[in-house]
Design a protein. Structure first.
Lengths: 245, 354
């Protein structure tokens, strides 16, 4: 397995067993396959994803917490012939960046968001995220997430499916080879839609955080399957260009 | 030859930006600057530019960040409360060393404050506003014509030094109508934006626009390099207007529209035989400290007049450095000082009452 051209040859800072590495590879493979490396501009966010500006071998900007879709909007409006993507975690996108994500979709901004959902804030040490499951223990929900005081987990793909400006929304997972293959297709499709000018696309990737979940990598993938998949069903939530539009 | 046209300050600023080559405007409604986005929404599509009304000031400034990083001439405008929201983005823009224009048509504060003119955002504009060690170049026009000229120059200063530039007006300047002339824009010779994210186009290695330096040594190095740039700006870009200071006992210091009122008071004082001059800072950063410092040798006292509770007066005091007394007179909350009141203050200083 050769390294994709769109990934820089360097070691990454991610913890052992973390699935960010897989997702990086899927994006880089999509860039290689579509032959768009020299006209792709990526936007890194805040969280574990902050260093993505080092890892992708294309022009990159690092954005403020939650603001990547706005930065991407600025870039795309200046260079409409480029492919612009953001790489954001669930704290960044579904909490502090909710307005930016939602309104980029509402405008039908022709950008691609790669949304990594691991149900926790990783970089800051495992705090509760909007996507943290009910009952899930985190640093800031030590008794488990309580519906009464902390509400329900946010379903980003389902929410965006209601937005007219969204062209393509799919939730995938990277817990198994089968799911990774489907995820690869989804990432590639999102970029292709952008190339075709179809509008806003977002791929939500269910991902693990063994370190902050306090599990081994294998236990973490099992936990994802048993807990996240039932609450976050995989599938295409919006497809303006496809048959099931 | 260009001709003189009667224009509102806000619209004149917008037109000046377009004539200086700005093709991207990201904003959000707030009084008293609404004529700027309104004008841009009409004009930008006609010059193949982009006008985008964002969902918030926070989002708008981050669109500016993206567009500036992508190499465009780009601007936003707002007023007090909206400028507060933009501070996060301004800090990132400064940290990533990107050029852009931010127009602040100041209204009374704090909080939601009011919508009448004020100069109470001086600290925020000149001393930082957002987090971290950084500076903005802050330009303070006092007439609509000067607002036009400075807006055009702001983009060149930004591009020359890779620094965000603020045009600091107030509600009065934004709303007043005056005749203006749009002289053909004579730009400076500027360095190529070879750092911008444009896509590598197979011609170069990747560019990264970033303000994160996790190693303290690297961050200090970066900050000190920027400090060196700030020193250069302090040496080259200071602008001020000085009138009747040669024999002045009292030097009045005021900027923006307040300086026009102060000039009326100064003329009235001269008619009464009082030797009064004025220094009007045009750049608030870099501040014309040297000229005030030198005047401290000949003048007997300084009187700073502002539409605030006293902000720029601190920089005047730093420049004068205790050599002579520095007095302050201000109105706040959207109230405008009257020439008669300023004359009264001048007489108090003369009479030893202050």
């Amino acid at each position: 397995m050769a390294r994709p051209k769109a990934l820089v040859d360097m070691s990454q800072h991610y913890c052992p067993g973390c699935t960010h590495g897989i997702i990086h590879r899927l994006i880089a493979e999509a860039i290689d396959t579509l032959d768009i490396q020299d006209r792709t501009i990526g936007v890194a966010s805040v969280g574990c994803s902050v260093f993505t500006y080092k890892y992708f071998d294309c022009d990159m900007q690092q954005a403020a917490h939650g603001r990547a879709p706005s930065a991407a909007t600025g870039i795309k409006r200046v260079h409409p012939d480029t492919l612009v993507f953001t790489y954001q975690g669930d704290g960044d996108l579904a909490a502090i960046g909710t307005a930016e994500m939602l309104h980029a979709a509402i405008r039908g901004e022709n950008i691609t968001i790669i949304f990594v959902n691991n149900a926790i804030y990783g970089m800051t040490g495992g705090q509760m995220a909007p996507t943290t499951l009910v009952g899930q223990v985190t640093q800031t929900s030590p008794y488990g997430r309580q519906i009464e005081t902390q509400g329900y987990p946010m379903k980003v793909s389902e929410t965006l499916a209601t937005i007219e400006g969204a062209a393509y929304i799919e939730r995938v997972s990277v817990d198994s080879v089968k799911h990774i293959k489907a995820a690869k297709k989804a990432v590639e499709k999102a970029f292709r839609y952008q190339m075709e000018g179809k509008g806003f696309s977002l791929v939500e990737l269910l991902s693990t955080c063994p370190t902050n979940w306090g599990l081994s990598p294998i236990e973490a993938t099992d936990w994802l399957r048993e807990n996240m998949l039932p609450h976050y069903p995989l599938g295409v939530y919006k497809d303006k260009g496809g048959e099931q539009a | 030859m260009s001709e003189r046209v009667l224009m509102k300050g806000n619209e004149a600023i917008a037109e000046a930006a377009i004539q200086a080559g700005c093709r991207y405007f990201f904003g959000y409604p707030i009084t008293p600057q609404n004529e700027i986005p309104a004008y841009m929404s009409k004009r930008m599509p006609k010059v193949d530019g982009v006008y985008l009304q964002a969902e918030s000031e926070v989002s708008a400034i981050n669109m500016v960040y993206g567009a500036a990083g992508a190499g465009a001439r780009v601007m936003t405008s707002s007023s007090g409360p909206g400028i507060s929201l933009k501070q996060e983005g301004i800090s990132y823009i400064a940290g990533s060393e990107l050029p852009c224009l931010i127009v602040n048509i100041v209204r009374g504060g704090p909080g939601l404050g009011g919508i009448q003119p004020a100069q109470s955002d001086y600290f925020q504009s000149v001393k930082g506003g957002g987090h971290g060690d950084y500076r903005l170049v802050v330009l303070a026009p006092s007439t609509v014509q000067e607002a036009v000229d400075l807006t055009m120059e702001a983009f060149d200063i930004g591009d020359m030094y890779r620094i965000p530039v603020m045009v600091l007006g107030d509600g009065m300047l934004g709303q007043m109508m005056e005749p203006v002339e749009f002289k053909p824009f004579q730009g400076r010779a500027l360095p190529a934006k070879d750092w911008a994210t444009t896509g590598t186009r197979g011609k170069r290695k990747r560019n990264i626009v970033n303000s994160l330096y996790i190693e303290p040594q690297a961050l200090e190095e970066k900050n000190l390099a920027r400090l060196e740039k700030y020193r250069q700006i302090e040496q080259r870009e200071v602008k001020y207007e000085m009138q009747d200071c040669d024999d002045a006992d009292i030097v009045l210091v005021a900027y923006g529209t307040t300086a026009r009122i102060v000039k009326s008071a100064m003329k009235a004082a001269r008619r009464e035989g009082l030797k009064v001059g004025i220094v009007r800072p045009i750049t608030l950063w870099p501040f014309p400290a040297a000229v005030l410092h030198n005047l401290a040798e000949t003048a007997k006292a300084f009187l700073t007049v502002e539409m605030s509770m006293g902000q720029m007066v601190e920089d005047v005091k730093l420049a004068v450095n205790g050599v002579k007394p520095v007095y302050f007179y201000g109105r706040t909350g959207g109230m405008v000082p009257a020439p008669a009141d300023i004359l009264e203050e001048i007489k108090k200083i003369y009479g030893g009452e202050k």
